[in-house]
Design a protein around this ligand. Structure first.
Ligand SMILES: Cc1ncc(C[n+]2csc(CCOP(=O)(O)OP(=O)(O)O)c2C)c(N)n1
Length: 545
């Protein structure tokens, strides 16, 4: 038998199974229980491997990839502590409904006393992720296919556990299995629910259309604009669907706690919210306040989303585009008059609010809101914006814009700081040729950014990191203020972050006054490596959390 005709080893078959299923990027960190598979993926399959500095970063990169791509993110780590290091990413992926496959090596079952031997299944299950086991050397293709299919269909991380002893065994009878998952086609449920929804919309005097990420496709967007124009409803979005209607008439922006004053007023005054592809959680509905004294029509392709977070007046299971178009047709047939909620007065108020704060030549420290407005102006067009967690993010969401929701990644689902930089690297491989902008706090950068900034350097990621540096855990500062306590325990004397970025192999600069913006603009334009811009802010002047 020639070498070519021999069955591949299990580690080769694992690599091939990924490649055969269109996995173009593998994030990970090598150890004895996964390194041969990764070598095969790179050397024999020609796959792209992004070597993270820490397993937490590797798994978060896979989630960042999944956030921007239509495909699951794939990550590989070795056993024991390496696997445990992915716990935050697994829990985050579950909360954020992000498809990911974590290929984790596991200790040789015979080696009970191995230092790295831990109960891996228990960790995976505790994080809320799904668990699959590589069952034998004969089941590689089927087990990989099952993990991929589950990740896509269940929209959560699935760990495929691969005991070390299989690695060099022959994968007898290996035949690749290419998974094919069913398309999520538009379903239109005509019936009583739709009749009731149309009845409510036809009689609404001040309707508002709210779009979530489940209605962010170009087709759904166009249909929602048609419906909004037909019934004369202003438009707004959830945070995750940020900027879906950017530039459109009567766009109120984000609906929720972070909404602008005009948006909040218009939502409070409305008598009917028509929500497409949104789960209507407490953040969108401002703790439920926005839902009071009005009728709510919720349209969603996922039956489990309807009524999940709030009792709605009527729920319709269906494709947002198809339902919106059908509503327009029926309103036309019944010759229902538009609501009249789109007044000149409202248009004027929205327009006045969108005026970007003027950059004034103030002395130090930099004014935070003006800094955000300036960033919106000078950050590269076509950017993907990733935000970390902290006090800085709220105003950033409404001030820095993107070309649509698929270019915006927020990392709040688990409420963890420090996930942003790894998410940003992952997003870069799902959105090639687009510059990635990470907005983070100083606390978040030191928490999770430091380890992976160099990964972006090594892999030549087009990344701009903006650190909103108030030298403090700003969110905690607010908590202390509420109790009138001194902020000394949450103040930090961090190192010079621009110098740190340069030491890590990237570029760095600091903004200490308005005069520094000119150099920042030039640094952004001429960047040749990952660039960190450290904006020095006064922690006492930051907007509240
Ligand atoms: C993993 C984790 N640890 C701690 C916290 C608590 N926490 C919430 S916000 C925050 C401060 C973040 O500071 P920074 O990144 O500088 O942003 P700022 O709030 O100052 O704008 C901390 C420590 C958290 N959310 N997640």
């Amino acid at each position: 038998m020639t070498a070519d005709k021999r069955a591949p080893t299990v580690h080769q078959a694992l690599a091939r199974s990924l490649f055969e299923n269109g996995v173009d990027t593998l994030f990970g960190l090598m150890g004895d229980a996964n390194m041969f598979m990764i070598r095969s993926y790179i050397q024999e399959c020609g796959g792209r491997f992004i070597a993270a500095g820490h397993e937490a970063g590797a798994a978060l990169m896979a989630l960042g990839y999944a956030s921007v791509s239509s495909k699951p993110g794939i990550c590989s780590v070795t056993h024991g502590p390496a696997m445990i290091n992915t716990a935050t990413a697994l829990a985050h992926g579950v909360k954020a409904s992000l498809p990911m496959v974590l290929l984790c090596g596991d200790t040789d079952v015979e080696d009970r006393e191995h230092t790295q031997n831990v109960a891996q299944r228990a960790f995976v299950v505790a994080a809320g992720a799904g668990f699959e086991q590589l069952r034998s050397s004969k089941t590689v293709a089927r087990d990989v296919a099952r993990a991929l299919r589950r990740a896509i269909q269940e929209r959560r991380p699935i760990a495929l556990n691969i005991p070390y002893e299989f690695d060099w065994q022959d994968a007898e009878g290996y035949e690749p299995i290419r998974i094919r998952t069913p398309e999520r086609r538009g379903i239109l449920s005509e019936g009583r629910d739709l009749d009731d929804a149309i009845g409510i919309i036809a009689t609404a005097k001040r309707p508002i259309i709210l779009a979530g990420r489940g209605a962010a496709s170009p087709e759904a967007r166009a249909a929602l604009l048609r419906l909004a124009a037909r019934i004369e409803a202003p438009l707004c979005t959830t945070l995750k669907a940020k900027d879906l209607f950017l530039g459109e008439d009567f766009n109120l922006g984000i609906c929720g706690t972070v909404g602008t004053p005009v948006a909040v007023d218009a939502i409070m005054e409305s008598d009917c919210i028509i929500a497409f592809g949104a789960s209507l959680n407490k953040f969108t509905l401002s703790g439920g306040t926005f839902a009071k004294n009005k009728r709510i029509v919720q349209i969603n392709l996922e039956p489990t989303e309807v009524g999940k977070n709030i009792d709605v007046t009527v729920g319709v299971v269906g494709d947002p585009q198809a339902v919106a178009d059908l509503i327009v047709r029926w309103l036309d047939e019944a010759e229902i008059a538009p609501s009249g909620y789109r007044t000149e007065d409202l248009k004027h108020k929205i327009g006045a609010e969108q005026v970007i704060p003027r950059i004034t030549r103030t002395a130090r420290p930099v004014d935070f809101l003006q800094a955000l407005a300036k960033l919106n102006e000078i950050l590269p067009e076509g950017r993907v914006l990733v935000t970390d967690v902290g006090r800085f993010m709220l105003k950033a969401w409404t001030t820095i814009h993107v070309a649509g929701p698929s270019f915006f990644v927020m990392t709040n689902d688990l409420g963890s700081i420090g996930l942003g930089l790894s998410f940003a690297i992952g997003a870069a491989y799902a959105a090639p040729r687009r510059p990635i902008v990470l907005l983070c706090g100083d606390g978040g950068f030191m928490h999770g950014g430091l380890a992976e900034f160099n990964t972006a350097v090594r892999h030549k990621t087009d990344l701009i990191v903006i650190v909103c540096n108030d030298g403090a855990y700003g969110a905690e500062h607010n908590t202390l203020l509420k109790r009138q306590l001194e902020p000394d325990t949450i103040l930090f004397d961090w190192p010079d972050l621009a110098a740190v970025a340069i030491a890590l192999g990237g570029q760095g600069m600091t903004i200490r006054s308005e005069q520094d913006w000119t150099s920042a603009e030039a640094a952004i334009e001429h960047r040749s490596k990952p660039l960190l811009i450290d904006i020095k802010l006064d922690f006492e002047q930051m907007p509240p959390f």
